[in-house]
Design a protein around this ligand. Structure first.
Ligand code: CP
Ligand code: NVA
Length: 330
């Protein structure tokens, strides 16, 4: 039997296929319980703290609601309201918070920061996104795929479009390799995932009977796909100057209805969100005007289509994060 009690959740490379499948199963159970109105205050008396150096809607709220449903107390510390990183090191912060709390969530920049926190906290630390990884996102994405493909994902193909070098794409490549799904990075060579990680994932994929492919050709990449996935072209923490080059390089990889038509008829569209698809967002509108475009990484038409499962995916952040907290704290 799988036990994740006391474990950190920092990147999926540290977890076996069996452990990831266990977390997915647990997530489904929590979702069913929530839907049926069955109380699950299994962690009453425990408290957690959420440290955010970058902004968030889904991840923060998923941890808060998930913790409250489990009966826990929650403290949220925004990017400016603790001493961490300014007056106090991450190591010392970890040693203090570990004495107050039963678990710590961290969203920030360097992966080494969340690892430092984990090495010094003495309680489970969960990675809520770093520049390198976004592991909790993957559980929600895969749960959404399971729900749409009858809980049978082996041999399915996930295509990640556009910035395939970012935290979400790299994490998706890992989870696909671990779960027996083919992964395709469909992007210009400038935005392919780093070669070391590709090599590592190919070795994992070989053990699980699936493949990792990189291509700059949209038709080749998307034909016959089961899942078309994309994310913003510029991630949090990247300098404003990268926008011009990203738009130029990534525009051919926008997810449009022509792209969806290449995929299987039952294919779904996923996006971790937030999305700039709606150029009514402040940044979306500003960048669209500045660079003379009307759509960003995904067309409105695809985003609003029946194939788009992005809000199920967003909801699943909560059920899956609850599963991670429960598995590591119980
Ligand atoms: N997908 C995701 O992590 O969203 P937030 O930035 O809103 O947490
Ligand atoms: N790649 C995006 C994901 C946001 C959830 C970012 O890091 O900003």
């Amino acid at each position: 039997p799988v036990s994740l009690s006391g474990r950190h959740f920092l990147r999926l490379l540290d977890f076996s296929t069996e452990e990831i499948e266990y977390l997915l199963k647990l997530s489904k159970n929590f979702k069913d319980m929530k839907r049926a109105g069955v109380p699950h205050r299994y962690l009453e008396g425990k408290n957690i703290v959420l440290l955010f150096q970058k902004t968030s809607t889904r991840t923060r709220c998923a941890f808060e609601v998930g913790a409250m449903d489990l009966g826990m107390g929650v403290t949220y510390l925004d990017p400016n309201s603790s001493q961490m990183g300014k007056k106090e090191s991450i190591e010392d912060t970890a040693r203090v918070l570990g004495r107050f709390y039963d678990g710590i969530e961290f969203r920030g920049f360097a992966q080494t920061d969340v690892e430092d926190l984990a090495a010094n906290a003495g309680v489970p630390v969960w990675n809520g996104l770093t520049t390198e990884w976004h592991p909790t996102q993957m559980l929600a994405d895969v749960l959404t795929m399971q729900e749409n493909f009858n809980y049978d994902l082996k041999g399915r193909t996930v295509v990640f479009m556009a910035d395939a070098a970012n935290n979400v794409a790299r994490s998706m490549m890992v989870v696909c390799a671990k779960l027996g799904m083919n992964f395709v990075a469909c992007a210009p060579e400038t935005n392919w995932p780093d070669a070391d990680l590709v090599e590592e994932c190919r070795a994992i994929a070989a053990e699980n009977g699936c493949t990792v492919k990189l291509t700059a050709d949209v038709t080749e990449g998307c034909t016959g796909a089961d899942v078309i996935y994309t994310d913003v072209w510029v991630s949090m923490g990247e300098p404003d100057e990268v926008w011009a080059e990203r738009i130029k390089n990534l525009e051919p990889y926008r997810v449009t209805k022509e792209v969806m038509a290449l995929a299987k008829p039952e294919a779904i569209f996923l996006h971790c969100l937030p999305s700039f698809h709606d150029t009514n967002t402040t940044i979306g509108a500003q960048k669209a005007e500045q660079f003379g475009i009307t759509e960003m990484e995904v067309s409105d038409e695809v985003f609003e289509s029946k194939q788009s499962k992005v809000f199920d995916e967003a909801e699943n952040r909560m059920h899956t994060i609850k599963a991670v907290m429960y598995a590591t704290l119980s």
